[in-house]
Design a binder for this molecule. Structure first.
Ligand SMILES: [Zn+2]
Length: 326
């Protein structure tokens, strides 16, 4: 199995976004060290709207420099830095020492298609300029990429792989919209104008993020551990997510189908996805994570997971999966 651990490299988008040091730089340094110890290569989906906005404020030049330097270091170490777009940065601003997130236009589909294409191209170029490497992979911010109207611009920029979807996922609350309840039951497929549907003549490949149902008990444990042992279980990032109405209640009463994640206590369920994929003879597995949501516990458990499985499976970047025969 080729396992790709991917991290969305970004601040929080709630009222408090957290600091660049705590949400991005320090937790990514921990991952760099983990990569050095284990040989695993990671993929970082860089929230390029943040870079664009940093460039607009001279007083934030130092933040821009430390993020740019870290992206260069990630590339130098053989990790991948790929394109992640949260277009609400277009409307967001920095004032009185903090970011103000304006999330009314949270998804690309909230923009005219022509403007959305411009955003994709502009952000692609900013990332290319920063990392020195042409991005080939895409993940939509907040998993929101429907309806998909971007085949033309993906092809123009040679974006070959999307990893936005996850089987069974669905969210229509607040500013979110995605529906992945009817994906092909495959590890990957080609698509053209709808990444949720296979088109064998399509030029873009979809590799969904692994997903699984987490029980209410799981979420109770997650919340209780955070209270009882914050040193191990409290995320390193010091911000708050964009509100997702009703989510917490749903988690604690019904459980929830979510991406298979390396964040925090979710790391304890990686084995479950690996077993499931192995039993289907699938050979590509994508996990998601966020530096901002990393915990000491998760780092330790992830290292154990990688060391345990690296003889049989390899931990590789997402772009390296593009030309694989399945
Ligand atoms: Zn994101």
């Amino acid at each position: 199995m080729r396992i790709s651990i991917t991290y969305d490299y970004e601040l929080f988008f709630g009222d408090i976004t957290g600091s660049v040091e705590n949400c991005i730089i320090r937790p990514t340094e921990d991952l760099i060290e983990l990569g050095k110890r284990t040989g695993a290569k990671f993929t970082f989906f860089v929230d390029v709207g943040y870079l664009k906005k940093l460039k607009e404020y001279p007083e934030l030049d130092q933040d821009l420099q430390i993020v740019s330097n870290q992206i260069s270091e990630l590339i130098r170490l053989g990790h991948a830095c790929e394109l992640h777009i949260h277009p609400h940065w277009e409307d967001s601003f920095y004032e009185n020492g903090k970011w103000h997130m304006v999330v009314d236009r949270y998804k690309l589909s909230d923009f005219e298609t022509e403007n959305a294409e411009k955003i994709i191209e502009e952000y692609y170029n900013i990332l290319l300029e920063t990392s020195g490497v042409k991005p080939t992979c895409y993940r939509a911010g907040g998993w929101c990429l429907q309806p998909f109207r971007y085949e033309k611009i993906f092809q123009k920029l040679n974006l070959k792989l999307d990893s936005t979807s996850f089987n069974g996922g669905q969210n229509r609350a607040g500013n979110y919209y995605y529906d992945f309840t009817d994906l092909p039951k495959k590890e990957s497929w080609q698509f053209s104008n709808d990444f949720c549907n296979e088109d064998k003549s399509g030029k873009i490949i979809e590799i969904p993020i692994a997903s699984q149902k987490y029980s209410p008990l799981f979420f109770w444990k997650l919340f209780v551990l955070g209270r009882l042992n914050p040193e191990a279980h409290k995320p390193i990032g010091n911000g708050y997510p964009m509100p997702s109405p009703g989510l917490r209640k749903e988690m604690l009463t019904k459980g929830k189908l979510l991406c298979s994640s390396v964040d925090g206590y979710f790391v304890t369920k990686l084995e479950k996805s690996l077993k499931e994929y192995t039993s289907r003879n699938w050979r590509k597995l994508v996990f998601i994570g966020h530096p901002k949501a990393n915990t000491k516990f998760a780092l330790k458990e992830l290292e154990k997971f990688i060391l345990k499985h690296q003889k049989k499976h390899s931990f590789v970047t997402l772009p390296s999966l593009i030309n694989e025969e399945s």
